[in-house]
Design a protein around this ligand. Structure first.
Ligand code: PLP
Length: 436
């Protein structure tokens, strides 16, 4: 990318983990222009479009077998999709006669969007703080974060994962009050943490336990894959790494955006399983919800062209860090080399979604004081060197803790990755000198 002054940048964060297929791809622009020429807009209450129907079918197929017979609801981005998913969960419960169920549980240190409903289920302290008096809140349960595990574990957090999952069951039970069954309609979670904790992966067995609890308790499982979906982690959806794709423990509702259109147009999607769609179709007959720009033809045309390109170039494989000689594995190897730096406490992630966490003291894992804005300093030093990364603060407790998110497009070359990580290394040295 070039800015207005002609400075050149390598996009090592896909903007904000958005761009997955690379910038400036002519065939996406052509698909959008072609759609605009045929039909620029139609309201979804009056017509559906061929492009939306075709893309929905292709997306359902991409989402896996357990979504067969389900449906896709297109929006203009992640927050709108999360709002839609929360309301869909509520409506489903009403349709099946569970009118008590209206609460949505979620996790601390999570992020699900900026609108008030999405903010209420988010745990990102900074992004929520001043709006708290305006949001209706339900329980936020703990989130496993192995680098800073709250339990004294020796088994890669297997048992802690079960303890964190048990917190969800307690929260569901607590929400029963005098009413049985529970008041909880759904549980929303990021299968792999996005910006807030910086690509933290769940411990083995944790997500399966969560899924089983939700199933047993009649609570819908809502996977927020706004950042991690559409191949970003080297699987079509990140939940697949953790057996969430398997029948029986699959999410009921899958939310995605960002990579869905790779940034070429505003687009998000809610993917719902057949049971949910059928309950509404056979009940009241319609989802009581809507935005003017649902399934906007030009955005949907962009998304369809992006998905076709992902498939044609096998970009999900390119993103896979567990396969050899892929962009994903090159990023993993290169970033791991940063562990030797004094200021780097942890490097974690999967595919093309990585977090690098900075510490003031490696032995104690003490973070930098937040006023130093260490991640911001590293981000600025990267920018001066022509590298775009995504700096964040608050991974320790919502305020302290610094990390960078790395999420390049899957077309990045090994040479570019090598150069990018050398700039990061130099930027960490510069920031360390500044922070001293
Ligand atoms: C996991 C997750 N959910 C939801 C959102 C909100 O998406 P948007 O910014 O497109 O509204 C984001 C954005 O970063 C996200 O990472």
């Amino acid at each position: 990318m070039w800015d207005g002054n002609g400075n050149r940048y390598l996009d090592f964060s896909g903007s904000a983990a958005v761009n997955f297929i690379g910038h400036g791809v002519g065939e996406i622009v052509d698909a959008m222009a072609e759609q605009a020429r045929q039909l620029e807009f139609v309201h979804s209450s009056q017509f559906t479009t061929r492009v939306a129907e075709e893309f929905a079918a292709e997306l359902l197929d991409f989402a896996g077998d357990h979504f067969r017979g389900g449906a896709v609801y297109f929006t203009s981005g992640g927050s709108e999709s999360v709002e839609s998913a929360l309301k869909l969960a509520r409506q489903y419960q009403v349709e099946i006669g569970e009118r008590n169920r209206h609460q949505i549980l979620s996790r601390q240190q999570s992020y699900h969007g900026s609108t008030l409903g999405a903010l209420s289920v988010s745990g990102n302290r900074k992004r929520r703080e001043i709006y708290l008096p305006m949001v209706r809140e339900f329980e936020h349960v703990g989130i496993p974060y192995c680098y800073r595990c709250a339990f004294d574990c020796t088994d890669s957090c297997y048992n802690c994962g079960q303890q964190y999952a048990a917190e969800l069951e307690h929260a569901i039970e607590a929400a029963k009050g005098t009413a049985a069954p529970s008041n909880v309609a759904g549980f929303i979670f990021e299968p792999m943490s996005g910006a807030t904790l910086g690509a933290v992966t769940p411990p083995p067995g944790y997500l399966q336990a969560i899924a089983e609890i939700c199933r047993r308790q009649g609570v819908l499982l809502i996977a927020d894959e706004v950042m991690t979906g559409m191949g970003r982690t080297g699987r079509n959806f990140a939940g697949e790494h953790f057996s969430l794709g398997r029948e029986g423990i699959a999410p009921d509702i899958l939310v995605t955006a960002k990579g869905l259109s790779s940034g070429y147009a505003p687009l998000g999607a809610v993917i719902a399983r057949r049971e949910i769609v059928d309950a509404i179709a056979e009940g009241s007959g319609a989802f009581l919800h809507g935005f003017t720009y649902n399934a906007h033809p030009i955005s949907v045309a962009a998304g369809r062209a992006v998905l076709r390109r992902i498939r044609a170039l096998d970009l999900v494989h390119a993103a896979d860090s567990q396969s050899e000689r892929t962009a994903g594995s090159s990023v993993k190897i290169a970033l791991e080399s940063l562990r030797e730096l004094d200021a780097v406490g942890d490097v974690r992630g999967l595919g093309l979604l990585w977090g690098v966490e900075f510490v003031a003291d490696k032995g104690t894992k003490a973070p930098f004081s937040p006023e130093k804005n260490f991640a911001g300093l590293v981000g600025q030093a990267c920018l001066r060197r022509g590298l775009l990364v995504y700096p964040m603060q608050g991974c320790v407790d919502g305020i302290a803790g610094d990390h960078l998110l790395v999420a390049p497009p899957a077309v990045i070359t090994a040479e570019q990755i090598g150069w990018a990580v050398e700039q990061m290394r130099a930027a960490v040295f510069e920031a360390s000198a500044q922070a001293r």
